[in-house]
Design a protein around this ligand. Structure first.
Ligand code: 3HC
Length: 693
């Protein structure tokens, strides 16, 4: 298939890129583009050139899957040099997205027209790199470093309208984009030799430089573990200190160094893992998905309200159902306040808030779910409550409606048994706050129909979530692994670590919060209740709860929160209590370094992940990693627990787990058979191409 088609309208040649799905600048596309450009350059009947694209994107950037492989010529900078150096003006016709290398290509052109709704951006920072085909040098020359630097630092694309206001797009065009690009190309040709972005200096004023330096200082202070923010500062500063060619070479050198860095490798891995996670063997999302035009959410608590907001944000009418007027009013007010907060912060307009609120209808009684195409139950986490609701829904919901539960632990098959339509019963596990967190664990009990699963996946996308389909077991994937970390954290306290040391080890690793600060925030009573319902105990955690120290809401938990403070302070009483438990259990406490704490926290999670894979609860290691990055705050640049385990070496993890199992006498910590098998074969999780179970 031709990836670039060359055609001609009058005196203008049109090179149309067609490299589905998103016109990534793969080696073959680059070669075809150079070929098309040279033919257009050689044709005396051509006085200008338009680069347009077929499909939903202009160009989504460099082909990320080529990174880390030996470079293939022509490289992207080679192609862009040809475009910029063309004696005949070249105009980019941008529709859909122009991202990364795609925008860099457009910047090398001599003019840019954009369709309304187009998005333009340099998102390389999110992949742990910086633009590597002149973006850091050309964007500041077009819009000034003061505007270009934040665009590259945040990585979020801007709208065509904003691009026009910045001078990045010359025109916004309703209707025939290519015709408008041709018109601009002809105008430029009439003016004589085209102006090269590389030769522009009009935007690089003294005040632009000063503003950039202020922004750069602030960014450097916040760059944390990501070396690419510092590299970005260095590259952009080059526009003021280096001639264009040298600035370009410096950018490329920084780019290549970052591409080889493990952090960028992990982020690229996470990018592809996330996209693969929604693909379920045997399920075709495009086919047989049911229509979702109207939703209902049962429960107006924090979760129910957050889920209702997800629907409203996606433009889907939703009924929120409660049992008492008081709870309904409280829940509705909480939703209004949350939107109100966004309006205050400036991230939502008043009109958008009103539109969203108008899509949410508060109602009393389950009968209000009768018209919904999907009902999501977000009631109290207790099997009898769920069964009662699903039993009642069976008599109320319309035929073919999807009956979903937001349960975070409970058995979906048992919930489905309360109905006569198990084919419609599925788990949709949102994460708190539901309107913010990206992950949607879709739990697939044995009896659910394939088209219901397909519908849940496509609905997840409509809601802007990252859907991952998982099997049905206690806690599914995320919470089942989290339980291992929670148990490990308790063991660490008894062995000699203190809450702040455990938390610091995890935040040092890149998590936003450690397990004890997290538990204090969520409420220690939640875990206590779950343990009691399962006949489990945890000496320290139980003792803390018995004293009523439930966390922030009671002013103390693992830490003290005097006067409503949000950051906890060490509590000598808790530390004495922990020492007492160690003594009672005959444990001689010893100090532990962060690395040891980390290994003791994370290795049991990896072990559980291996069991989850062997049981087929998750289809691929990447699914587990996608869950942990998008639902549990695992630092994306560490690629998720399974990717991390590979980077440590599975043999190391097996050895450490053996030690942990022997020390604790807990046989569940013995390395899982899959872990042992992979180690024996000198393989990693990355070698598991296909489903294990
Ligand atoms: N390279 C390779 N494959 C890409 C890609 C890229 N830049 N961008 C998207 N794809 C692939 C995806 O893997 C997916 O493949 P699959 O169907 O086999 O799973 C397919 O294209 C569709 O992608 P999405 O499922 O993400 O489709 P959406 O419509 O939801 O989103 C998008 C489209 C907004 C373009 C989104 O894919 C995206 O953000 N892509 C990455 C953009 C990016 O980061 N560009 C910069 C690349 S780095 C660069 O250009 C370096 C340069 O400076 C030298």
């Amino acid at each position: 298939m031709e990836t670039v088609r060359l055609s001609q309208r009058g005196s203008v040649a049109i090179a149309t890129i067609d490299n589905p799905p998103v016109n990534a600048l793969s080696a073959s596309l680059r070669a075809a583009l150079v070929d098309a450009l040279s033919r257009a350059a050689a044709d005396p009947a051509v006085e200008a050139i338009v680069i347009a694209a077929a499909g939903r994107a202009f160009i989504a950037g460099a082909d990320i899957s080529e990174f880390g492989r030996p470079p293939v010529e022509p490289t992207l900078p080679d192609v862009l040099a040809i475009i910029e150096g063309s004696a005949k003006p070249v105009v980019a016709a941008i529709q859909g997205v122009a991202l990364g290398g795609g925008l860099e290509l457009a910047l090398a052109c001599h003019g840019r027209v954009a369709a309304p709704g187009a998005k333009l951006g340099l998102p390389e920072i999110k992949l742990g790199i910086i633009p590597g085909a002149g973006g850091t040098q050309r964007l500041p020359r077009v819009i000034g470093a003061a505007k270009a630097f934040p665009m590259m630092l945040g990585g979020e694309p801007i709208s065509a309208e904003k691009a026009a206001a910045f001078g990045l797009a010359d025109r916004i065009v309703e209707g025939d984009l290519v015709a408008a690009a041709i018109a601009l190309a002809q105008e430029l040709a009439a003016k004589g030799a085209p102006v090269k972005t590389a030769e522009r200096a009009d935007m690089l004023t003294q005040s632009d430089r000063e503003t950039f330096e202020v922004l750069a200082r602030d960014a450097a202070a916040r760059s944390g573990d990501m070396p690419n923010a510092l590299a970005l500062i260095e590259a952009v500063r080059g526009v003021f200190t280096l001639p264009f060619g040298e600035g370009l070479a410096a950018e490329r050198a920084l780019f290549l160094k970052l591409v080889a860095d493990d952090r960028s490798k992990a982020l690229r891995y996470a990018f592809f893992a996330e996209r693969e996670a929604a693909k379920v063997p045997g399920i075709d999302e495009g086919k047989a998905a049911r229509q979702i035009k109207q939703a209902a959410v049962i429960g107006a608590g924090t979760m129910g309200g957050g889920i209702a907001m997800c629907f409203a944000n996606a433009g889907i009418p939703v009924t929120v159902i409660e049992t008492t007027q008081e709870q309904l009013d409280k829940g509705y007010a909480r939703i209004r306040d949350t939107y109100g907060f966004s309006v205050k912060r400036g991230s939502l307009t008043e009109a958008a808030r009103d539109q969203r609120m108008a899509l949410i209808t508060p109602k009393l009684g389950l009968e209000a779910a009768a018209e919904a195409d999907i009902v999501i139950e977000a009631a109290f986490e207790e099997m009898s409550v769920k069964q009662e609701i699903f039993g009642a829904l069976d008599g109320i919901a319309k035929q073919g409606a999807i009956l979903a539960s937001n349960t975070s632990y409970l058995d979906l098959a048992t919930i489905a048994m309360a109905t006569k339509r198990p084919q419609d019963v599925i788990g949709t596990h949102f994460f708190s706050p539901a309107n913010v967190m990206k992950l949607l664990e879709i739990v697939r009990p044995a009896g659910v129909a394939d088209d219901a699963v397909a519908t849940a996946i496509s609905l997840g996308r409509r809601l802007g979530k990252v859907p991952v389909v998982v099997g049905n077991c206690f806690g599914f994937v995320g919470n089942r692994m989290l339980e291992q970390r929670t148990r490990a954290a308790e063991r660490l306290l008894i062995a000699g670590a203190l809450p702040h040391e455990v938390d610091a080890a995890l935040t040092g690793f890149g998590f936003k919060m450690g397990p004890f600060a997290m538990s204090d925030l969520a409420g220690n009573d939640i875990g206590w209740r779950t343990r009691k319902s399962r006949g489990r105990t945890a000496a320290v955690a139980d003792a803390i709860c018995e004293r009523g120290w439930f966390g922030q809401k009671t002013g103390r938990g693992y830490y003290l929160y005097p006067d409503g403070a949000r950051a906890g302070q060490r509590d000598p009483e808790v530390e004495a209590l922990i020492a007492q438990v160690s003594k009672e259990q005959g444990v001689e406490r010893r100090a532990m370094k962060p690395d040891e704490i980390l290994a003791r926290l994370l290795d049991p999670m990896v072990n559980e992940g291996a069991k989850i894979l062997a049981e087929g609860i998750a289809a691929r290691p990447g699914d587990i990693d996608t869950i942990w990055i998008n639902g549990y705050n695992w630092p994306a640049w560490r690629g998720g627990p399974m990717h991390w385990a590979d980077s440590v070496g599975l043999d190391v993890i097996v050895e450490r787990l053996e030690g942990l199992a022997a020390e604790s006498g807990d046989a569940t910590l013995e390395p899982a058979p899959l872990l042992r098998k992979l180690t024996a074969e000198r393989k990693g999780f990355a070698d598991l191409k296909a489903r294990v179970a």
